[in-house]
Design a protein around this ligand. Structure first.
Ligand SMILES: C[S@@+](CC[C@H](N)C(=O)[O-])C[C@H]1O[C@@H](n2cnc3c(N)ncnc32)[C@H](O)[C@@H]1O
Length: 261
């Protein structure tokens, strides 16, 4: 582990698939998506046992919500360790190796395709073409991100520490990579919505949250130690956190959807 010398696109590719070794941490501390958001994403389909792919499904944080909604879900994930964590924790979902740019699905097979905290990692031109191929007319494409609410002062400080190089992965707050303007010609104009929720943290789980991030995972041991020390210091000294065993971390969930023409 530790790829601090890689530059530009090479480093980005390495970061895109860097999560595997931290799969358990990732699953334990990353936030789920609010039920109201999941409901909004698929509302245009109406009720039904729709067949959908969760692309870049990771450890299955969104996949489990989709299964609970009664959908027929194929989880597509390129990283073997993330896939193993997902399979162990997500009964009811079918798990397939694959990428957004080369989906292991037949033409028109799906009612919907969705990516959680993942669409910014894709080659979007190729992913959109694949979404168009696998989703039937009248079906849906969706993307969703949990972003930390940076208007809260200590949350902005947390981001300053963990996003030191402003590298996007998730919840990076204020980065315009976490948006969708179009799913390509195959889809109608994108609709967007936002949802708010909170997750309770302790100083220790805040450190775990950082340990699940691509920037941390790609950093050298020395850099990791600096990041951890800065974060412990924040939890110990910031007026909103000092002396508190538990505190809420507020999230803004951004969701995007478009109907297949
Ligand atoms: C930040 S994680 C999100 C995981 C999960 N969807 C969630 O909401 O917790 C991003 C995931 O996208 C996967 N990924 C990266 N590049 C990908 C690609 N080109 N196609 C599909 N998945 C990809 C990574 O392996 C990782 O599991």
């Amino acid at each position: 582990v530790g790829t601090p010398d890689l530059a530009g696109p090479t480093r980005r590719r390495a970061q895109a698939v860097s999560f595997g070794p931290a799969a358990d941490t990732y699953d334990a501390v990353r936030p789920a998506y609010p039920p109201s958001c999941v409901e909004w994403l698929f509302a245009p389909l109406g009720p039904g046992r729709w067949r959908m792919a969760d692309v870049g499904a990771g450890t299955g944080i969104l996949t489990r919500s989709l299964v609970e909604c009664g959908y027929d879900v194929v989880a597509v994930e390129p990283d073997e360790l993330m896939r193993a964590a997902l399979a162990a924790r997500t009964p009811g979902a079918e798990v397939r190796p694959g990428s957004a740019e080369d989906l292991p699905l037949a033409d028109g097979e799906l009612d919907a395709v969705v990516a959680a905290q993942a669409y910014h990692w894709f080659d979007q031109h190729r992913a959109n073409a694949e979404f168009r191929r696998v989703v039937r007319p009248g079906g849906l494409a969706g993307a969703v991100w949990n972003l930390r609410d940076e208007t809260v002062d200590w949350v902005a400080e947390y981001t300053r520490i963990v996003d030191a190089d402003r590298t996007a992965d998730s919840g990076s707050g204020g980065l315009d990579t976490e948006t969708v303007t179009s799913f390509g010609d195959g889809f109608a104009p994108v609709e967007a919505a936002e949802f708010r929720h909170e997750v309770t943290h302790t100083p220790d789980t805040l450190v775990e949250l950082m340990r699940s991030r691509s920037y941390y995972l790609a950093a050298s041991p020395a850099r990791r130690a600096v990041l951890e020390a800065e974060l412990r210091d924040l939890a110990r000294t910031h007026p909103a956190l000092a002396g508190r065993e538990r505190f809420p971390l507020p999230y803004l969930t951004r969701a995007f959807r478009a109907v297949r023409r």
